[in-house]
Design a protein around this ligand. Structure first.
Ligand code: C2E
Ligand code: MG
Ligand code: MG
Ligand code: MG
Length: 293
């Protein structure tokens, strides 16, 4: 640690870095107004039953489409929003918008198993005193059944756990909300956290899925995660499935659920409605002919 600290000396920024800093600063400065003016948007990526191809849920993913400099991906603006504190406001908006959208879909297309909604929640939001209230208010306002809401956290949240976060999660579980670990395998969640923490779902990170079926070590790792999940009674979702061979292998080794471009890209809520209508009509086989482009 001392060695690393010693390296972090004062030095001049490279021009490249300076541009990045200006961009970051500009983006942060524009966020307030963008949230107030409703310039953020949401898209929804279907979560599917890998073998059957049926849509079982949607993950809400934030978009910032109308910047003069072109769209910025959430991998960039979410960390900035976390740094600046805007994530609380943005996250509240995401919750309200997404619960309203999916509740409307559920009403318009009644299915025996209504599609669930999965929402990404930043470490910082989990620590907000008002977070629990916000979730309950959003559920109420939308009229969404709590059991059809899933909240995603990353392993870093498990590492930074406080009594308050534990309490929030306990109460959410009591209400019926499901908890998923996102990007599972990329962080430092220990087995103890998995055992002691009331988690329902593991989302296996895309980096593990990328290597299958060619890389036998990756395959073995995914199989080990599936066994672990089975032992602990957790559901598993494989992220970033792009190839038919990946789908087949995952189905073979008993991974039930997945997301990925092979099935569908993140789409508008209107496109999501079309996909659900197809499912309601029971057209199995190829569920995403047009929207997967
Ligand atoms: P994530 O939650 O792990 O979401 C999965 C990301 O993988 C999404 O990127 C999705 O579009 C992408 N993806 C899905 N299938 C495939 C595939 O087959 N191939 C490839 N290459 N990519 C695939 P996206 O939308 O750019 O989001 C990036 C990250 O930003 C998310 O990762 C999540 O951590 C964060 N994020 C997005 N929306 C929100 C939000 O509303 N709140 C918070 N806190 N974070 C968000
Ligand atoms: Mg996610
Ligand atoms: Mg992920
Ligand atoms: Mg991620």
């Amino acid at each position: 640690a001392a060695k690393a600290a010693g390296k972090r000396q004062w030095r001049r920024f490279e021009p490249q870095q300076r541009v990045r800093m200006v961009e970051r600063h500009d983006l942060k400065a524009q966020m307030d107004g963008a949230i107030a003016r409703g310039e953020f948007a949401l898209c929804y990526q279907p979560v599917v039953d890998i073998a059957a191809g049926d849509v079982v849920g949607f993950e809400a993913l934030a978009r910032w489409p109308h910047l003069p400099t072109g769209p910025v991906p959430p991998g960039q603006f979410i960390p900035l929003a976390e740094e600046s504190g805007h994530i609380s406001m943005l996250g509240a908006w995401v919750l309200h918008r997404a619960t309203a959208d999916i509740a409307r879909l559920q009403r318009r297309i009644p299915l025996p198993a209504p599609p669930y909604l999965s929402v990404n929640v930043s470490a910082r939001q989990w620590g907000d005193m008002s977070f629990l209230d916000e979730v309950c208010t959003a559920l109420d306002a939308a009229g969404l059944v709590p059991g059809t809401l899933q909240l995603e956290l990353t392993e870093s949240v498990l590492m930074q756990r406080t009594d308050q976060i534990d309490e929030v999660i306990r109460e959410l579980k009591e209400v019926g909300v499901r908890i998923a670990i996102d990007d599972f395998g990329t962080g430092y969640a220990s087995l103890r956290y998995l055992r002691d923490f009331p988690i329902d779902v593991l989302k296996i990170d895309k980096t593990f899925i990328d290597g299958i079926p060619q890389d036998s070590q990756q395959v073995a790792l995914v199989e080990a995660i599936l066994r672990l999940a089975d032992t602990l009674g957790l559901q598993v979702i494989a992220e970033g499935i792009e190839e038919q061979e990946q789908r087949e292998l995952l189905a073979d080794i008993g991974c039930r659920f997945g997301q990925g471009y092979l099935f569908a890209r993140p789409m508008t809520v209107e496109e999501g409605e079309l996909v659900l209508r197809q499912r309601a009509r029971g057209s199995g086989g190829a569920p995403f002919p047009d929207t997967a482009a």
